[in-house]
Design a protein around this ligand. Structure first.
Ligand code: LLP
Length: 863
């Protein structure tokens, strides 16, 4: 064994295709040598060359003239050589000739055997490395060019192996090879330069490692010389939380363990070939992904030291073009051998199965196009084989959308909101990998993109603070994202006016009445008798007047709200539902006096002061968090259980009301807040209908509030059409009952923004903090609920967003944070910030904490 400390560096096609990139390569190599390492450089063919070689073979096989393609291949090498000050014909002229001969041969016999194909394809790497090594030698580095085929030997092919596999997609041993190491060390060169993708077999023939095989070659080399490190240099700095070209907000993954990285590669991350992981993983050789266009950037590090064991979804990916086959299990065929017969059909065609889901009557199987050579003919032949043993159908091309990470099983319960995203899409199959590294849904192909973007926003768009996640792609590369940066909203057209308003003093809430109207308009879809506005969301008098003028009723939770309304409106009482909780007798009296509809939320008041309720019509509030069977079936956004009567207590409460001389004319339930799936209300209505069966006087079901709004890009609208349909079906079930709803947030959240001024921008230990003059005193939702509000630098709205910062308030309190890790333009003190979606529970929950004045409120009614 030599004492050489090796580092294997693999440079991909785009990294070796231009002179500029080679300059980067030279300086990287110098750095490594300075570190005391000996670089073993593994190169791909110049970008585009492998495709041209394939075209060359296809054209030649078809008997077409190939001189243009050949010329293009030569030309690319000549151009690079010229930039390097080298003569291509001198260095690789022999290869040009060899390639011409092969092409001519193929053209004559109109056939390219796998053996010949491998020879032709190997030319790309042989040429790129010749040029590279020669140029490095002109740069004061002794570079020894080595033929990979003398270092990597293919493992013996399985006897049944197809010729294609044997020549075009082979595997090699990754056992350490001290002899090889000694031989390379003995060359005494500064750098060794060799080819990726190619090897030889026992007979001495050239064989290939399959597409993307350069990564695998590099990993083999790293393992065989027991390198200190493997570096894969490419045009992106690592693996991301999703495909960054589709999702510009995808974040760089800083650390991964081998299993995670392999899984990501298998699930569609193109940056690494999955096969390159095992050889380095077996020996614990760290793998660094590096970016040739930005060599100083810290990319993804894959190693044993990655923080392990924490269940965390690291990425959401998709693979398209996946054939999905549905196989009926006929009762008559249902016997032990059935599955084996089905499996044999795949085996005979040399096709490997990717995922299987089986039930008593059906088996659904997907094939991985990356692991199989899948043409239409192959599929057709397979289908006909299958149909001989059973009934099989090809379900259109599918896409596999996968959540990838360690220990996924441990977080299945958190996937609820993610599963909601699948509501509108047909799911062909679901699979949770036994190694617990991925959770995959196979859906129709066209559903994949929107789904990935939705799920990504949900998982990584928020305040995910974890050392594993680096900056988003769009920040690293200023990609021009096609998706909007922020949700579309009225304030984007009112920027000037809002900037002017901010100068009159911040923090300041601004409300836009036309946005309230837009929300009202949406709710008109719902087949309900009465729309009540939940006053607590925003009790601003102008907001209340606006809604009152439009015929909306009100839901109050306190006597203070009752009084506020009765001061504003003469007819307030008849429009109010008063929902008491922990309410004293006098409050109930006041509500009845004003003519409000009172909702009683527990038996206690009925028992304590029956006289208050005598002769009154009341509603009972039911706790929908538990169904009659005690099962939790409603997702709530907060502690819900303290409110309302459990379903099995409703009868007793009704008795109690009767005894007091009150009539129960309605049932009420509030499901929680910020709900964006609409199945809840229907479930609640069903529960209430069931309970109402024993209560003869009930004529109203008040289904509460809770409708959510989209909070950030990627959030879909709450599906009101679906809710309307659900409620319509409830109407049919219970035609004599009125339906009421009492949303707060939905009506006002989007209509309000909070304006603030930037006080300070500071960098601390690599983190940037933007301090604004609106803290948790002005908007407490992020601090207490972890709520997500978009933060926008209104002053520099059009400038590129380059920094990632936490947006914090001015208070000395660790909870005084409005947003974490948000992308912003370079920000200066004095800039105006806008916090979006702040019309509900914003000013309403503001406080004078730290003796801060309450934020101002302004109506922006101007057209
Ligand atoms: N009805 C009742 C009986 C309620 O308790 C509520 C709100 C609503 C209607 C209106 O719910 P909405 O449609 O606004 O979700 N402070 C929290 C929200 C708490 C909601 C409490 N109840 C937040 O800032 O998210």
């Amino acid at each position: 064994m030599s004492n050489t400390d090796w580092v294997v560096l693999k440079f991909g096609g785009t990294s070796v295709a231009s002179f500029e990139r080679w300059k980067t390569i030279a300086s990287v190599l110098r750095e490594r040598i300075e570190e005391g390492l000996t670089p073993l450089v593994v190169c791909s063919a110049l970008s585009g060359i492998s495709n041209l070689l394939e075209r060359l073979l296809a054209d030649a096989e078809a008997g077409r003239d190939v001189s243009d393609v050949l010329e293009e291949i030569f030309q690319k090498h000549r151009a690079l050589a010229k930039d390097m000050g080298l003569d291509a014909d001198e260095l690789v002229g022999e290869r040009f000739e060899e390639l011409s001969r092969i092409a001519e041969g193929v053209r004559l016999v109109e056939e390219a055997t796998p053996r010949l194909r491998a020879r032709a394809m190997s030319m790309g790497e042989l040429m790129s490395t010749r040029l590279g090594a020669a140029w490095l030698s002109t740069q004061g580095l002794t570079a020894a060019w080595q033929d990979a085929r003398e270092m990597l030997v293919a493992e013996p092919a399985v006897p049944t192996g197809r010729q294609e596999t044997r020549y075009l997609s082979t595997t090699c041993s990754d056992d350490p090879d001290p002899e090889l190491e000694a031989r390379l060390a003995g060359l005494g060169a500064d750098v060794i330069v060799t080819q990726g993708f190619i090897a030889r077999d026992a007979a001495g023939d050239t064989v290939l490692l399959g597409r993307g095989g350069s990564d695998t070659s590099a990993a083999y080399f790293a393992a065989r010389v027991t390198a200190n490190r493997l570096e894969i240099w490419t045009d992106v700095p690592g693996m991301f939380t999703s495909n960054p070209r589709r999702i510009p907000s995808a974040r760089l993954l800083r650390h991964l363990d081998y299993a995670e990285a392999e899984q990501l590669a298998l699930m569609g991350a193109k940056v690494l070939h999955p096969r390159c992981i095992a050889p380095v993983a077996a020996r614990g050789i760290p793998l660094h992904i590096k970016c040739t266009p930005a060599p100083d950037m810290n990319g993804t590090v894959i190693s044993r030291d990655a923080p392990a064991g924490v269940p965390l979804v690291k990425a959401v990916s998709s693979r398209e073009g996946i054939p999905v086959i549905s196989i009926d299990v006929d009762r008559a065929l249902e016997n032990v051998g059935h599955l084996a017969r089905v499996a044999r059909c795949f085996e005979q065609r040399g096709l490997s199965i990717d995922m299987v889901s089986a039930s008593e009557t059906n088996i659904t199987i997907s094939l991985d196009p990356a692991a199989n050579v899948l043409g239409e003919d192959e599929i057709e032949a397979l289908m006909s084989d299958l149909n001989e043993v059973t009934r099989a159908r090809l379900l259109g091309p599918g896409a596999a959308v996968s959540l990838v990470g360690s220990n996924i099983r441990a977080i299945l319960h958190e996937l609820g909101p993610i599963l909601e995203r699948f509501e509108d899409h047909r799911v062909y199959m679901v699979s949770q990998a036994a190694d617990d590294l991925n959770f995959t849904f196979v859906v129709a192909e066209e559903a994949a993109d929107p789904l990935v973007s939705d799920v990504h926003a949900l998982l990584f768009g928020s305040n995910v603070i974890d050392a594993s996640f680096g900056p988003p792609w769009e920040q690293l590369f200023e990609a021009t994202p096609e998706e909007p940066k922020v949700l579309e909203s009225w304030w984007q057209d009112r920027r000037e006016a809002l900037l002017a308003e901010a100068e009159r003093g911040t923090p300041c809430y601004v409300y836009r009445p036309s946005a309230i109207d837009a929300a009202l308009e949406e709710l008109r879809l719902l087949p309900i008798e009465r729309l009540l506005y939940s006053v607590k969301a925003n009790p601003n008098p102008d907001v209340l007047r606006h809604l009152h003028d439009r015929g909306v009723s009100f839901q109050c939770g306190s006597v203070g709200e009752l009084e506020r309304l009765s001061e504003l409106f003469e007819d307030a009482g008849e429009r109010i539902v008063f929902t008491g909780h922990g309410t004293v007798a006098d409050d109930y009296r006041r509500a009845f006096e004003l003519g409000a509809q009172v909702v009683v939320g527990s038996e206690t008041p009925l028992r304590a002061w029956p006289e208050v309720f005598e002769g009154r019509e009341i509603f009972l509030r039911v706790d929908p968090g538990r169904s009659a069977s005690g099962r939790h079936f409603v997702l709530t956004a907060g502690p819900q259980s303290k409110l309302g009567i459990a379903p099995d207590g409703v009868k007793a409460a009704h008795e109690r009301a009767r005894a007091a001389g009150a009539k129960v004319v309605g049932l009420h339930a509030h499901p929680g807040s910020g709900l964006r799936s609409t199945s809840t209300w229907r479930a609640i209505a069903r529960l209430l209908i069931g309970l109402a069966k024993d209560l003869p006087d009930v004529r109203v079901l008040d289904l509460g509030g809770g409708l959510g709004v989209p909070e950030r890009v990627g959030h879909g609208d709450v599906n009101l059409t679906m809710l309307a349909a659900g409620l319509a079906s409830i109407r049919e079930e219970a035609p004599n009952l009125e339906l009421w709803m009492e949303p707060g947030r939905f009506l006002v959240a989007r209509a309000g923004v909070l304006l603030a001024h930037v006080r300070d921008v500071a960098d601390k230990e690599g983190k940037t903090f933007i301090t604004i003059d609106a803290g948790m005193n002005a908007l407490v939702r992020p601090a207490i609920y972890g709520a997500w509000h978009e933060t926008v630098n209104l002053t520099r709205y059009d400038e590129p967003r380059r920094i990632i910062a936490d947006v914090v308030g001015p208070l000395s309190d660790s909870a005084d944070v409005l947003a974490n890790d948000r992308l912003h333009p370079e920000t200066k003190p004095g800039d105006v910030f806008l916090i979006a979606n702040a019309g509900a529970y914003g000013r309403a929950m503001a406080s004078e904490y730290n003796s801060m004045p309450l934020p101002r409120e302004v109506i922006d009614a101007e057209e």
